[in-house]
Design a protein. Structure first.
Ligand code: RIB
Ligand code: CA
Length: 311
C-alpha cells in the first residue's frame, strides 16, 4: 500500500515529540519534512528541540525554522507545561544546529511543488501553513488534506473558550479552516480522552528500549507539570492522535460540519465554533473528530515503542 506522505508542522513540546516519533516509526507514513513554529516555546527553542529529537533518533528529514510569532497577536508560550526548554525531562547529546535554509512556509511550498497528494499535519499554531497558503495559493491543489490538533467542540484549555494552538494564532486557523482544502480537526474533546498516567509511564519504562525510555522520561515531566498546572490526574497526549488517525483510519469518528474560528478579539477569541447540530445551515467546511477508540490509540503507540525503527 502506498505510504501516506506528510509534512509535519509542530512546536515541540512534549506531545509534539511523540508525534514526530510516531510518524517517523510508522511503516505507513513517509515523513517529507518538518516545519517548526513558535508555540509551546519560542521558535529558537522549539526548533532546537525538533533538531535534537531528529538527531537522537536518526530521523533524516529537512527541518525548517518557521514563524517566530503569530500573524497578528503577540506570541504566547506554555512554559508551565513544557518547561523552560520546551522539552524538559530529557538530556540530549550536543548536536550541531544545522537547519534547512528555507523557512517553514518555504519548506512547505517546495515540498508541495515536488510532491502531490500530501497530508499536512499541524500540531501547533497554524501560522506556517497560513503563510504558505497566502504566499502560494496554488499549493492547495497539492494537498490531499489538512489534519490539525487544535480547538474543541466544548471548552478550551487556555481560556473557557479557546484551546492553545488556535488561541495563539486564531487568524491563521481562520485562513486554514476556510481554505477549501479538506480539513480534519482533532480537538480537546478527543485528546482529553487519551491520558498519560503513572501506569502508562510504568508500562513504557518496562519496555526498556531507546524510544520507551525517551517517552517515559518526557512523560514524567509532562504529567507532573500538568498535575501542578491543571490539578488533573492524567495528562492529555494531544498531538500524536493526529498521526495515529492516519495510521488507522478507524481510530476516530469524524462529523462534517461548519466550524468558525472566533477572531473577534473578544472574550471568546480563538474559540472553534463547531455547528454540531447544523443550526446555521452554513457550509460544512471541516471534519470534526467526535469520538476515539482510546484502546486502539494506545495499541498504535505501544507498537511504535516496541518497534525496531529508529533504535
Ligand atoms: O492545546 C494543546 C496543544 O497546544 C498541543 O499541541 C500542545 O503541544 C500545544 O501545542
Ligand atoms: Ca503542539
Amino acid at each position: 500500500m502506498e505510504k501516506i506522505k506528510i509534512i509535519l508542522d509542530c512546536d515541540p513540546g512534549h506531545d509534539d515529540a511523540v508525534a514526530i516519533l510516531l510518524a517517523a516509526c510508522s511503516s505507513q507514513i513517509k515523513l517529507l519534512g518538518i516545519s517548526v513554529v513558535s508555540g509551546n516555546q519560542t521558535i529558537e527553542k522549539t526548533s532546537h528541540n525538533t533538531l535534537n529529537i531528529c538527531r537522537y533518533f536518526g530521523i533524516n528529514v529537512p527541518i525548517s525554522k518557521g514563524s517566530p510569532r503569530p500573524l497578528v497577536t503577540e506570541p504566547m508560550i506554555c512554559e508551565q507545561v513544557h518547561g523552560e526548554s520546551g522539552l524538559d525531562g530529557f538530556d540530549f547529546p550536543n548536536y550541531e544546529e544545522v537547519f534547512d535554509k528555507r523557512n517553514g512556509a518555504e519548506l512547505m511550498i517546495d515540498l508541495l511543488t515536488k510532491n502531490k497528494d500530501v497530508t499536512i499535519v499541524t500540531t501547533g499554531p497554524m501560522t506556517n501553513l497560513a503563510l504558505a497558503l497566502r504566499m502560494k495559493p496554488e499549493i492547495s491543489d497539492r494537498i490531499k488534506e489538512i489534519v490539525f490538533m487544535g480547538g474543541s467542540v466544548d471548552n478550551g484549555n487556555v481560556s473557557p473558550a479557546a484551546e492553545f494552538n488556535i488561541l495563539v494564532d486564531a487568524e491563521a486557523a481562520h485562513i486554514c479552516v476556510n481554505s477549501g482544502i479538506p480539513i480534519k480537526m482533532i480537538g480537546l474533546n478527543i485528546t482529553r480522552k487519551v491520558l498519560v498516567t503513572d501506569e502508562i509511564i510504568k508500562k513504557t519504562l518496562a519496555l526498556n528500549n531507546k524510544k520507551s525510555i525517551f517517552f517515559a522520561k518526557l512523560m514524567r515531566v509532562f504529567l507532573d507539570n500538568q498535575r501542578k498546572t491543571f490539578n488533573i490526574e492524567g495528562a492529555p497526549l494531544h498531538d500524536p492522535v493526529t498521526i495515529a488517525s492516519l495510521i488507522d483510519d478507524s481510530l476516530i469518528n469524524f462529523k462534517k460540519m461548519n466550524v468558525e474560528i472566533d477572531i473577534s478579539h473578544g472574550s471568546s477569541h480563538g474559540r472553534t465554533n463547531c455547528d454540531v447540530f447544523d443550526y446555521l445551515h452554513a457550509p460544512k467546511n471541516c471534519y470534526v473528530a467526535m469520538d476515539i477508540d482510546v484502546k486502539k490509540f494506545w495499541n498504535i503507540l505501544f507498537k511504535c515503542l516496541r518497534s525496531k525503527a529508529h533504535e
